[in-house]
Design a protein around this ligand. Structure first.
Ligand SMILES: [Zn+2]
Ligand SMILES: [Zn+2]
Length: 85
């Protein structure tokens, strides 16, 4: 399934909201944020251990299953790998 982007309801007084002003991408279903968002949403809160692995570029969720060793396009490592090649 696709991720459900967190949309800030706004109405806050403080400047620099990470969603409104920062443009931060976060999923309200699996609880991941930019850099650690897998290719597809598993539909439940992803445990911290998996989130860290996704961020590290060692795990991805795609085609309805977890794929060890796969790098999510959201991972910082994904871009660094592309720059190398
Ligand atoms: Zn999600
Ligand atoms: Zn906001």
């Amino acid at each position: 399934m696709e991720h459900t982007r967190v949309v800030c309801k706004g109405g806050h007084e403080y400047p620099g909201c990470m969603f409104c002003d920062g443009g931060l991408y976060a999923c309200s279903i699996c609880g991941t944020m930019e850099g650690a968002v897998p290719s597809e949403c598993p539909g439940y809160i992803i445990p911290l251990g998996k989130v860290q692995a996704i961020y590290a570029g060692e795990l991805d969720y795609k085609d309805g299953k977890w794929i060890e060793g796969a790098c999510s396009p959201a991972s910082p490592k994904y871009n660094s790998q592309r720059q190398v090649s």
